[in-house]
Design a protein around this ligand. Structure first.
Ligand SMILES: [Zn+2]
Length: 468
């Protein structure tokens, strides 16, 4: 008897396999192709060069794209996909759709600036450097975004439907459950996306799946357990210390999620201590903050009566939009906090703040997250006495401080907690979005539950169901 139901389900790992960037997973249900996430490779040059390679699948043949969240390592390749012939939709949540416009435009601007810089410096003399994509390319993406509510069925065709559910992590971040109708019943494929922590005061808790035939699970911190400091106490101490030194507190912070989380903590501690002006000096952080204000249903703050959604408009918060205003902040001597991007001091307005503040022993620079090898942030955290900014060696006399416990990623305990409700072992679990050590440790932990766990290689393919 001829069977019209899908027979074969396959997956190919086009990124975030053995690494944490470039998330792209090609799911083929017979000849129906879904791309889950469409991220840019970032970090090491060897990885970034992959962005220039042809995608191993012709973008024209992809039927649809499903996006778990807006971070560039999950969305930043979208302009390339359209540039190379993709014509379909992007399914995502409302905040993800809104964030794409901010993040992809910024990513394109950065690509254009880097190409212009390379040409100016002459290190592409024979072959003018080109951006990977332009702002114009990014703008081709936005009309194709189709947003959906969490926990709602999205029908892709007669046999395939998807559902997003909260993953925590950042505003709008989702896990994606894909249900495929086959002759042997429904098959459930679950992609975790990036998972957050349960107790984040800003972002919602990740929802736990109850069932998965095939599980794709992030493993960024598969071998780490976050040890929480009392963040409020730490900040109070730092601010008091700053007052004693007679300087300002400069906080390099990621624009998306981290800036808003710090604003929340500052709001909280200023209930019990004298507040001081906090300058949010990053155009992207300002856009993202207004998005957090607009999309209250997607984070926790609206549910807290005492402070509700007004914390981002507290009287101590000043949004610095113009460059001249940003430069004026250099004249502040003390009793002020400057929050600026980027979080690892690799670019953005934070650079001119560091250029002016690092040589000043009264000031304090507070790093609030993971600092990648090779970044200025890492050099400062490791105690370098000089760093290069704007082509000059800058002496480091300011106090350099760090604060842990603000991570947007689930740790090992939280990852294991996320799979706790899955009673029947999945047929297969793939560990993605992690470095080797984290994945190996998490694999061992899951194997203790008798799970069948695979760590896929970049570009590896697997048949998930055959002749079903
Ligand atoms: Zn992410």
């Amino acid at each position: 008897m001829f069977n019209f139901l899908p027979m074969d389900i396959r997956v190919k790992f086009l990124g975030a396999a053995g690494s944490v960037t470039g998330s792209k997973f090609l799911l083929e249900i017979d000849d129906f192709k879904i791309l889950i996430d469409c991220g840019l490779f970032q970090g090491l040059k060897e990885l970034r060069l992959r962005n220039w390679d042809d995608l191993p699948v012709n973008p024209e043949t992809i039927d649809t794209v499903v996006l778990t969240h807006a971070h560039i390592d999950h969305s930043g390749y979208l302009p390339m996909l359209y540039k190379n012939g993709y014509k379909g939709k992007i399914h995502c949540t409302e905040p993800t759709g809104a964030l794409l416009e901010i993040l992809l435009t910024d990513s394109a601007k950065l690509q254009e600036e880097e190409a212009a810089f390379a040409n100016k410096k002459g290190y592409s003399k024979h072959d003018p450097a080109k951006p990977l994509y332009t702002v114009k390319d990014a703008e081709r993406v936005f009309p194709n975004v189709e947003t959906h509510l969490m926990d709602t069925e999205i029908i892709l065709n007669d046999f395939v439907k998807i559902r997003f559910f909260h993953a925590g992590h950042i505003i709008g971040a989702a896990s994606a459950e894909i249900t495929v109708k086959t002759s042997q019943g429904d098959k459930l494929l679950v992609f975790s996306g990036d998972l957050g922590m349960d107790d984040n005061p800003l972002h919602l808790s990740p929802q736990k799946p109850k069932k998965a035939d095939i599980l794709f699970m992030e493993s960024t911190y598969g071998n780490r357990i976050h040890h929480y400091q009392n963040i409020e106490d730490e900040l109070i101490q730092l601010i008091n210390d700053c007052d004693e030194r007679g300087g300002c507190l400069i906080i390099p912070a990621f624009s998306l999620g981290r800036t808003q989380l710090i604003l929340y903590y500052l709001w909280k501690i200023f209930q019990n201590m004298k507040s001081r002006p906090v300058y949010v000096d990053s155009p992207m952080a300002i856009s993202v903050t207004s998005l957090y204000k607009r999309l209250e249903a997607y984070h926790r703050l609206q549910s807290k009566d005492d402070f509700g959604h007004h914390i981002f408009d507290a009287s101590f918060v000043h949004y610095v939009t113009k460059q001249e205003q940003s430069r004026m902040l250099n004249t502040l001597k003390n009793h002020a906090i400057i929050l600026s991007a980027s979080g690892m001091a690799t670019g953005g307005r934070i650079l001119h703040h560091l250029y002016h503040r690092l040589p000043n022993e009264q000031d304090t620079v507070l790093f609030t997250g993971f600092q990648a090898i090779g970044s200025r942030g890492r050099a400062l955290v490791e105690g370098e006495k000089q760093v290069r900014i704007f082509g000059e060696e800058v002496n480091v006399k300011a106090r350099i401080a760090t604060i842990d416990g603000l991570s947007a990623h689930a740790d090992q305990e939280q990852l294991l907690e996320w799979v706790r409700d899955i009673k029947d072992s999945p047929k297969r679990t793939f560990l993605i979005h992690g470095e080797k050590e984290g994945m190996i440790t998490l694999k061992q932990k899951l194997e203790e539950k008798n799970w069948n766990v695979t760590i896929p290689e970049y570009l590896e393919s697997f048949t998930l169901f055959d002749h079903v």
